[in-house]
Design a protein around this ligand. Structure first.
Ligand code: NAP
Length: 315
């Protein structure tokens, strides 16, 4: 008699690496819509962003043993509801820091040097001659970078910035003296950081405290030639305030890997502004990093299904 595989429900599409790692170990049900497919037969949930996995949905799966997230940000899982039900939640910290920091730098430089705006011109009929007065940008090397959220990813951003001779400051709820010593970075209050930096890069998790952390009054503090980079989560920034800030030139530009909502509705005013660079949430999207994320998230899932401690457990 063939043994029955544990049944999981999963956000789709799953990467090829994840599918290969799960092959023969679980039965996978694609997660099409909120409640659909969630029932007593489900033992595991594999997610990367299905909207808010809360207690109500968890209660539809009374035999749920584990929630495994493909990624480090778990803002779409109501952690206190999982903890209250004794359901372990796994994520993938550490393996994506370098790739996400690379993307932060990539976006920062693209906005500073007007790369996407220039790319549009270079491909167009309007590019007829080299013009030394065209599209002058802002220097990155030697400038002041403020990192909001000096955690695993923030630290990798700081290391790259030092290679560009940048002056780096950071803001966290708790100071990190060991990082200050190791990297020579300076602690600032959020207000100080916003009002003194050329570049502000957001690397905080999305929580109740950080939702809307950058709103109209914070954007008003930023110098008019400064650039905001968001590689955290879209909702850390108030989209309406950012749109106005960019339209009215309170700040020079923004570079966004993430937006709120995500994706922005087609025709949203942010999408037509030249002083915005937008990527479709590509922070950790490299072949090597996605492979490691698959390995870690699958290891978490299988450990939970077998009643073992997860490799990385959030709650
Ligand atoms: P981490 O190591 O936990 O670092 C987060 C940092 O944010 C910590 O230093 C924390 O310090 C600080 N922080 C938390 N709440 C804060 C608050 N209210 N005010 C100020 N600072 C606060 O997390 P990580 O691994 O670097 O990941 C950070 C986030 O990046 C993830 O949660 C995810 O949402 C996002 N991310 C995005 C992508 C992408 O594709 N764009 C990829 C990976 C991750 P304190 O606790 O001292 O405040």
């Amino acid at each position: 008699m063939p043994t029955q595989l544990p049944r999981i429900i999963a956000d789709v599409p799953l990467s090829q690496a994840t599918l290969e790692l799960l092959d023969g170990k679980v039965e996978i049900l694609p997660w099409q819509h909120f409640d659909q497919g969630l029932d007593a037969s489900i033992e595991g949930i594999y997610t990367f962003g299905h909207p808010s996995l809360d207690g109500r949905l968890m209660d539809l799966t009374p035999n749920l043993k584990v929630i495994s997230n493909y990624g480090v940000g778990v803002d779409h899982v109501v952690l206190k509801d999982a903890a209250a039900r004794g359901i372990p939640v796994g994520n993938t910290p550490g393996v994506l820091d370098g790739a996400t920091a690379d993307m932060g730098f990539c976006l920062m430089m693209a906005a500073a040097r007007r790369l996407t705006e220039g790319e549009r011109l270079a491909r167009s009929e309007q590019f007829l001659n080299y013009n030394p007065a065209r599209m002058l940008g802002k220097e990155v090397h030697g400038a002041k970078l403020g990192i909001v959220g000096m955690g695993r990813i923030g630290r990798q951003v700081a290391r790259r910035a030092l290679g560009f001779d940048m002056q780096v400051s950071y803001h966290n709820r708790n100071r990190k003296p060991e990082i200050e010593q190791e990297l020579g970075v300076q602690y600032q209050s959020l207000e100080q950081l916003l009002s003194t930096c050329d570049y502000v890069m957001l690397c905080v998790p999305l929580t109740e405290q950080t939702a809307g952390l950058i709103g109209p009054s914070q954007l008003r503090l930023m110098p008019s030639d400064s650039i905001l980079v968001n590689i955290a989560r879209g909702a850390v920034v108030n989209t309406e305030a950012l749109t106005l800030a960019l339209q009215e030139k309170w700040i020079l530009a923004a570079a966004l890997d993430v937006t709120d909502p995500e994706p922005l509705p087609r025709g949203h005013p942010l999408l037509s502004l030249d002083n915005v660079v937008i990527a479709p949430h590509l922070g950790s999207a490299t072949v090597a990093t996605r492979q490691k994320m698959s390995e870690l998230s699958v290891a978490n899932l299988l450990a939970g299904l077998q009643g073992r401690t997860l490799v990385h457990q959030v709650v």
